[in-house]
Design a protein around this ligand. Structure first.
Ligand code: HEM
Length: 406
């Protein structure tokens, strides 16, 4: 498809401020459509007065995310809030590395996240979902779906995958939510330090006596032969633990809310469960809960006559690209759409390594919830629900639900 031509850059004083807030929980920030109408590449001003390029067009987001002149290394990236300034650069993980270093980590990890591996994990995920939803059915009184299903399911899955004790979940969840919310710089640094120390001990224990899970496998296959240092392994484990549960839990909450508001769609899905994979993809596109794909230019990059200069910050907006005209009636939630190549998992070398796992978790969570409790509905009005407007990943802090009890 053809992209709208890139518009000439606006003068600094006319630039919109970024980030923009979501005014409707089912839509990207209102300003995105306006930006996209100006062209796929526009400029905005950040909290510190610095400028960033915003990429809102689907084709251009994909193009730039796989451009070797684009970097993911933190020192070059825009800081979205004051709290991110001056954060330790010792905490390096592969999400902030460029090729070829980045590829070394991806090759170490890919085999744990293949479709086949995830397929083998499905029965365990299903058992957990069954237990959690049965627990909801057995609860008298109000139930919060985030606490009763979204968070424990996502946490159990990542704990089993990594070999992290589930009993420690309250500790690491509390620290990782601080790390991804707009807390102060000191709070974020201290949360990362706590997580680092926790996983440092765990990795040390597994070095002495490896057990089940990805951390133990990395000890045996990478650390012992000298391909990874202890610190690199701990950093990798911190990254996997944080992103591996917060992301899926947010999407389970948001997706359940959307589905509860569409009983017609739920009835269709219950009648034909083969539609679940398409429904999950559509929920991922529709919500685009991980919106900001932060990068920087390593060299000058010319796009239709406009030059992104070396050192410039570039932010691909997944939520904007996922509402591009490439998707017919993009603002509609439509589980039958044929175009499923959304950017909710990013694109290019950093595309989400856990995407097959995430999709399996979502399919199982929704399938089990609506199978066992088809009449489940939110127990609060939309404007009473606490959405995560202050976090880097959109979601819900709580989702009270209700249903007819026998
Ligand atoms: C619905 C759930 C999820 C969403 C929406 C999501 C979204 C994303 C996005 C957008 C990126 C790209 C970031 C970028 O390019 O800057 C990413 C990367 C990543 N995701 Fe996910 N993710 C989800 C679940 C998971 C799970 C379950 C894991 C499991 C551990 C995971 C692990 C990762 C890792 C390690 C990266 C970095 C990959 C790299 O830099 O090479 N994600 N994710």
């Amino acid at each position: 498809m053809t992209q709208t031509p890139v518009s000439p850059p606006a003068r600094a004083e006319e630039l919109p401020a970024f980030p923009m807030a979501r005014t409707c929980p089912f839509a990207p920030p209102e300003g995105y459509a306006e930006l996209r109408a100006q062209g796929p590449l526009t400029k905005a001003t950040l909290w510190n007065g610095k400028e960033t390029w915003l990429v809102t067009g689907y084709d251009l987001v994909r193009k730039l995310l796989q451009d070797p002149r684009i970097s993911s290394e933190p020192p070059r990236l825009a800081t979205i809030a004051a709290s991110e300034d001056g954060q330790s650069t010792n905490f390096r993980t592969f999400v902030g590395m460029d090729p070829p270093e980045h590829g070394v980590y991806r090759r170490m990890l890919t085999s744990y996240f293949t479709v086949k591996r995830v397929q083998a994990m499905r029965p365990a995920i299903q058992r957990t979902a069954d237990e959690l939803v049965d627990g909801i059915l057995a609860t008298e009184g109000p139930v919060d779906l985030v606490e009763a299903l979204a968070m424990p399911l996502a946490t159990t899955v990542i704990c089993e995958l990594l070999g992290v004790p589930y009993a420690d979940r309250e500790f690491f969840h509390s620290r990782s939510s601080v790390a991804i919310q707009s807390s102060t710089a000191e709070e974020i640094t201290s949360a990362f330090m706590d997580l680092y120390q926790y996983l440092d001990k765990l990795v040390t224990a597994k070095e002495a006596e490896p057990g089940e899970g990805v951390i133990s496998r990395l000890v045996v296959e990478q650390l012992r032969p000298g391909a990874l240092t202890h610190q690199e392994l701990v950093n990798t484990a911190v990254l996997l633990l944080i992103v591996g549960h917060e992301t899926s839990a947010n999407m389970i909450g948001l997706g359940a809310l959307t589905l509860m508001r569409r009983p017609d769609v739920v009835a269709e899905l219950r009648a034909d469960p083969e539609l679940w994979p398409a429904a999950v993809d559509e929920l991922l596109r529709y919500h685009s809960s991980a919106d900001w794909l932060r990068r920087a230019a390593k060299e000058d990059i010319e796009i239709d006559g406009t030059v992104i200069k070396a050192g410039d910050s570039v932010i691909g907006l997944a939520a904007a690209a996922n509402r591009d005209e490439r998707f017919a009636n993009a603002d509609e939630f439509d589980i039958h759409r044929t175009e499923r190549h959304h950017l909710a998992f990013g694109y290019g070398p950093h595309q989400c390594i856990g995407q097959h796992l995430a999709k399996a978790e979502l399919e199982i969570a929704f399938g089990t919830l609506f199978d066992k409790i088809p009449d489940v509905v939110p127990a609060a009005e939309l404007d009473e629900l606490p959405f995560k407007h202050d976090a880097t990943l959109f979601g819900l802090y709580r989702l009270p639900i209700t249903f007819a009890r026998p």
